[in-house]
Structure formats: C-alpha cells, structure tokens
Design a protein around this ligand. Structure first.
Ligand code: ATP
Length: 497
C-alpha cells in the first residue's frame, strides 16, 4: 500500500501546488530545450515539490528519466559511465529524450563524491540530453556548477496552501478532520508539504476521523534531518530533545560530529567556541574507542558529549548563517587531489633523474623549485608536466596554464611542420629505395640497439638526426661520434650472417 506522499505525488506540472512561476519556467525550458541549453537547477527547502516537479515535467514531455543520487557513490568515473554514455546517445526505449536528474547537487563533497561537481560539469558540456540538478541549499553548490545552470527557486509553501491540500486528501480518503487540526498540521510543517502529508498519514490512516491527540503523537515520529540537529544544538539547551533528535537522524556519531564541528565554527565568542571544540574532542575519544574496541555502547557517550557539550558552550545563541556541510569534506577532497599531483610529479622526476622520489622530495624540492622558477617553459617542455603539475612548483595557476598552452601550441605546429616535411620527402625516398643488401628491418633494430648502448649527448644528437631522417644534414656534427664507425661495425656483423 502506498503512503500518501507517494499516492498523491503530482503526475503533471499542473498538479504541483504553489510555486506556479517555477513550474512555468520549467515548462518553458523544456519546450525550448535544444542541445547546448543550460541545465536547470531547482533549489529550495526539502519537501516542497522539487523532485516531483522534475518527474512531472518528464512525464508531460514524455521524456525518460534517469535519476542519480549522491548516495550512488558518484565518483567521477561512475558518473561518466552511467550518465556520460546516455548523455550523448539517444534513448534505448525510443523515448525522444532522456532527462538526467542529479539529486542532492549541494552534497557533492563527501568522500563518495570526489570530483562529483567536476564530473557533472563535464557531462553538462557534452550532454545531448536535458539535465536537471536539485539542491536544498543553493549556497552548498559548487560555484562553477551554479553558474553553468539556469536557476529555479522553489519557495516553502504557506500553511494555508498546505491545509487546503490536506483537506482535499482527507475528503478523497473519507477521513473526517476539523479545520483546526488541519491548520495545526499545516503550521507545524514549516512549509514542507511532505512533512505535513506524513503527519496526516501517520495519524489518519485506517481511521474514520482524526483527533488532535493522534496528530500530536504522529508529529513526534517525524524524522529529523542533520540540519535540524545542528540548528537545535546551537539554539536549544534541551538535552533530552537533542538526544532524541540525534536518534532520529540516520547519521552515525562520527559523521554527526563533523557536522556539529562545522556548526560550532559559527559560535561567535572565541572562548565559547573553544569550549565547544573541547567537548567535541572529548567525544572524539569515545568515537575512537568505539571503533577500536568494537563496543558500540560507547557511541552514546560520544553523542551526549558532542551534543550537550556543544549546546552548553553555545548558550542558545542560535545561528544566523546557513548550516553547511562540513568544510573539512571539501578540504579533504582538495588535499587528496594535491597529494595525487605531488606523487605524480615526484614519480616522473624520479624516473627522469634516476633518483628515489622520496630523496627528491626531501632533499631537492627547493632546488627544483628554484630551477623551475628560472626557466618554467624549458622545464615544462622537458618534463612534459601538465598544468597542475607545473603549478605545484610555481603556485600561479594562470602562469602555469599559459605556459602549458604555449607548449601545446608549439607541439602542434611542430607536428604540422613534420607532416609537411615528410610529405615533401616521400618522393625522394621512393627514388632511393634500392639500398644495399642489408635487410631493412634488421639494420634499423641493430642500429637502434647500438645507439642505446651509447649515452653520450653527441651520439644522442646523432641518433636523433637519424630518427628524424636528417642524416645528411647532421653528418658533419657526428664526426667525433661513432655513427660512421657503427655503420661500419654493423656492416661487418651482417657480413657474418
Ligand atoms: N508543491 C507540491 N505539490 C504537491 N505535492 C507536493 C508538493 N511538494 C511536495 N509534495 C508532496 O511531497 C512529496 C515529496 O515531495 P518532493 O520529493 O518533490 O520534495 P522535494 O522538494 O524534492 O524534497 P527533497 O529536497 O527532500 O528531495 C511528494 O511526493 C508530494 O506528495
């Protein structure tokens, strides 16, 4: 049996209650959608119809819908695998278009979502299909992602609008309910239609009439979110209520502690803030012990310390800013990327200079930095660094990007010139094809092997000359080298066969 939230989920945009302008904006966008059109970003409080509106739109347009949630472990590669393919191809079921729906676009910083924002941006660039992103908190969305989208705000619904919808549902379900009870549910839902429907369902399902008592019992069962918990810790001093809220949310104490830590950073008074951090660190000890001893009863102490301790320190001063996901998640994602760049830089230098990467990192990093600063172009050209790797030493993203761009341009021009010169050389080679008795393949391989054994710069230059088909031009430079000698040697070797 469907609960009423599902049973009365809007089927078409016309069923969306309130937010008429937003629904209209979505319909316009879909009607005029064409390849290259910006995705939509629907944002607003939970439970006010964003996801329903996206589904209703897809239904109206007869578009197939593919939903991706943050909990799908949206690493870059997975997104590219799932969405990248359908972003560029037509639907298998024959539906004209596929709507890619990225829910929780404001929650892309967790470990499961590394590179999530970047990957979505990449998909936006290549997608031949419409995309909608959904977020509760527009401030939590990566800046680049936000500016790549057309934004549609969803506002919390008024108590009057919610009450009217509840009345309709009561009559469809043959449930008798007084106006005052309906208003009480609507007002207690703070603009959240889903929460209101859940309360009505919990109190009224299987009943003929609704009593105030049933409603207040049902309200207690309403599940809280982590945002409610952080807000309450900073605002309220009701210890029991805080513990009850923490039991309702689905986060474990270690994750909860990271959210509270972020919340504690909003406490204005420095002393009080320090006190909050003190309780958080005490709580962290119990979290550590829980894991090391696998004794989960200790979690209760951890929760009590972090919640009651932080609330005690905050003294109910409340929060004037938006509650954000832990900033350490963002920092950790950044640090992971930086570590990857560092490893790749030192591994490639280690190969080049035949030195352990640890030695390079511990003893030569300053020297290398100075050398690179003196001649960044030459160094980047020689090492084949990319922008991030070069920036690791230069600490100047624009400069690094410019240098890499310049090198790539030069490479392209060189390739072009080489191709052109090969074209010019081709007829000449045809005419000189009839060469000595030495089989062509064997000659090349043995010569190459001979050069590999010789590491002097001069011989390298000679070998380059040969590979580049410029033997004649380079010959005078090779007089002291062993090219001619080797040719003689090889010839003698082959003579022996
Ligand atoms: N504006 C609305 N009109 C009609 N029903 C609504 C509306 N908003 C919410 N509902 C009801 O609440 C349920 C949940 O709504 P929905 O999932 O669309 O909210 P949401 O804003 O996307 O929330 P979240 O941000 O948590 O995903 C729907 O199934 C529907 O029954």
């Amino acid at each position: 049996m469907l609960d009423w939230v599902e049973k009365y989920r809007p089927k078409t945009l016309k069923d969306i209650i309130g937010n008429r302008n937003s629904a209209r904006q979505m319909a316009e966008w879909a009607k005029n959608w064409d390849f290259g059109r910006e995705p939509l970003l629907l944002y607003g409080k939970p439970g006010i119809g964003k996801t329903s509106a996206a589904y209703a739109l897809a239904n109206d347009m007869k578009w197939e819908i593919i939903e991706l949630n943050a909990s799908d472990q949206r690493t870059k590669s997975i997104i590219e695998k799932i969405a990248g393919s359908c972003a560029t191809t037509m639907s298998l079921t024959g539906a004209e278009r596929k709507l890619l729906l990225f829910d929780e676009a404001d929650n892309l910083h967790g470990s499961a979502d590394k590179g999530g924002a970047r990957a979505i941006l990449d998909i936006i660039k290549i997608s031949r299909q419409p995309i909608i992103l959904i977020a509760n908190d527009s401030y939590g969305i990566a800046k680049e992602l936000k500016s790549a989208c057309e934004q549609v705000q969803f506002r919390a619904l008024t108590a009057k609008t919610i009450a009217a919808h509840l009345r309709d549902i009561c009559s469809l379900e043959n449930l008798k309910c007084s106006e005052s009870t309906l208003n009480e549910i609507a007002e207690g839902s703070a603009g959240d239609m889903r929460s209101a429907l859940n309360k009505l369902y919990a109190a009224g399902v299987g009943e003929e009439s609704l009593t105030d008592e049933a409603v207040s019992t049902a309200s207690k069962d309403e599940r809280a979110s982590i945002f409610d918990l952080v807000g309450s810790v900073l605002k309220s001093r009701e210890d029991r209520r805080l513990l009850q809220l923490s039991a309702e949310i689905s986060e474990t104490p270690d994750v909860m502690s990271q959210w509270i830590e972020e919340g504690a950073s909003y406490i204005k008074n420095e002393k009080k803030r320090a006190e909050a951090y003190h309780y958080l660190s005490e709580s962290d000890i119990y979290i550590g012990r829980t894991f090391s001893r696998q004794y989960y009863t200790l979690w209760r102490y951890a929760s009590a310390l972090m919640l009651i301790g932080t609330a005690y320190a905050a003294e109910g001063e409340g929060i004037s800013a938006r509650i954000m996901p832990p900033s350490r998640w963002r920092k950790m994602a950044g640090a992971r990327k930086q570590k990857g760049i560092r490893n790749s830089v030192f591994n490639s230098l280690s190969e080049r200079y035949h030195m352990p990467s640890d030695t390079l990192r511990d003893d030569y990093v300053n020297l290398i930095s100075v050398l690179i600063e003196k001649n960044p172009v030459g160094f980047a050209r020689e090492t084949g660094f990319d922008r991030d790797e070069l920036d690791f030493f230069l600490h100047d993203r624009t400069k690094s990007a410019d240098i890499i761009k310049q090198i790539k341009k030069e490479e392209k021009e060189r390739e072009k010139a080489e191709k052109a010169s090969k074209k010019r050389e081709a007829p000449k080679r045809e005419s000189t094809k009839k060469q000595p008795e030495i089989p062509e393949g064997k000659d090349q391989v043995t010569l190459k092997a001979a050069f590999q054994n010789n590491s002097s710069d001069e011989n390298k230059a000679c070998s380059k000359g040969i590979n580049d088909d410029e033997t004649t031009k380079k010959e005078p430079d090779c007089e002291n080298g062993s090219l001619d000698k080797k040719r003689v040697t090889q010839a003698t070797l082959f003579d022996g066969f």
